[in-house]
Design a protein around this ligand. Structure first.
Ligand code: PHB
Length: 354
């Protein structure tokens, strides 16, 4: 199950309702659940009060209830550890810790979705800020291990803090965290290394990254396989176990002149298990942010396309998001060849929570 923000944890505390939601899917053949993004213990991490925290006795006790329910149902689960960076608007009264300044590599953020260029919204992160975030990731990773989670996923995609370091549009630093793509990967690598240090050596660490950003679907982080290799190398040296390649449509070729997906290239370059994701199981093409259909053209890539990419060794794991919102039994039905019984995704899924 792919991570999906649901805004159902009032005050940042996971509930019994959240536990039932995840356990229902664990019971129905979802092997591994990546949780919705959850805030690391850092005052500037969170941009919504209704998104669960991954710190504080109240929130961690809530997570334990969720995890036990998933384990009892036969599933496995990893929390997705998240810092929103400059996407967080400290003036928004619904934000976690209003008034605390937001932070990013160069203090740059997008004021509106679709803005062509970011604006200077605050000062660049100091090295003390950098250390504080790295430390907070390590603390969260240790909490995950202590609670009994099956690993962690670090959210390095979609335009949030770690991705703001990756992308040269939001990272204008001239220290070792800025400049070439390899340097822009350094912050993420130090986070992975810290999580490795604070947990047992075989505790699985998944890292999610993307070319696209919530505010800019067409953004490009790496332009070719050589840049992807430079980008990945520091993460690999830091000890990452799983690479989760977030694309909005799994069948899209990552680069010109080859049909290989981002997961496919990442697997070839890294030799690590990779996760493929993006519109898997949807029968139409949707603009995902608002769950609006871009058009009602039937999806050109049903599951047989996925199977042929699997035969081509492009990925090890399949993350399913939206299709699992409407039909918690999606995996069971696919496994049993009962695809015709699947309830199709509809834009109303945003309001469904069971
Ligand atoms: C969202 O709430 O729209 C959202 C959250 C996290 C993501 C992407 C989108 O990584």
């Amino acid at each position: 199950m792919a991570p999906m923000t649901r805004h159902r944890a009032a005050g940042g505390i996971p509930t019994h309702e959240n536990a039932a939601y995840y356990a229902r899917r664990a019971k129905a053949d979802v092997g591994l659940i990546l949780s919705e993004g959850t805030w690391i213990p850092h005052a500037s991490a969170g941009n919504h009060m209704s998104v669960p925290r991954f710190y504080g006795a109240d929130a961690l006790a809530g997570w334990k209830v969720v995890l036990d329910a998933v384990h009892d149902a036969g599933g496995r689960m990893m929390p997705q550890l998240w810092h929103a960076g400059m996407v967080r608007n400290p003036q928004d009264m619904a934000v976690l810790n209003p008034g605390v300044p937001s932070i990013g590599p160069s203090g740059l953020g997008f004021e509106k979705l679709g803005d062509a260029a970011p604006a200077k919204l605050s000062r660049p992160m100091s090295l003390a800020d950098v250390d504080g975030v790295i430390e907070a990731y390590g603390i969260a990773a240790r909490s995950a291990e202590q609670l009994g989670f099956d690993g962690i996923e670090i959210h390095g995609g979609h335009g949030y803090l770690i991705d703001q370091f990756f992308w040269n549009v939001t990272n204008k630093r001239s220290d070792r965290f800025g400049g070439k793509i390899r340097n822009r990967s350094q912050f993420a690598a130090e986070i992975v290394r810290e999580c490795r240090r604070t947990t047992r050596s075989d505790f699985p660490i998944s890292f999610r990254f993307s070319q696209w950003k919530v505010a800019n679907y067409g953004a490009i982080l790496v332009h070719n396989p050589g840049e992807l290799e430079q980008f990945l190398d520091p993460l690999l040296m830091a000890g990452v176990d799983i690479l989760h390649c977030s694309t909005r449509r799994y069948w899209d070729p990552a680069f010109d002149r080859s049909p290989l997906s981002l997961a496919g290239w990442t697997r070839r370059i890294s030799g690590k298990p990779t996760v493929i994701v993006g519109s898997i199981g949807l029968d139409r093409i949707y603009e995902s942010r608002h769950f609006e259909p871009a058009n009602y053209v039937a999806n050109s890539a049903p599951l047989d396309r996925l199977l042929s990419m699997y035969a081509n060794d492009e990925f090890d794991l399949v993350a399913v998001g939206r299709a699992l919102l409407v039909d918690p039994n999606w995996a069971t039905k696919v496994r049993a060849g009962r695809g015709r019984e699947i309830s199709p995704f509809t834009p109303k899924a945003r309001d469904i929570y069971y």
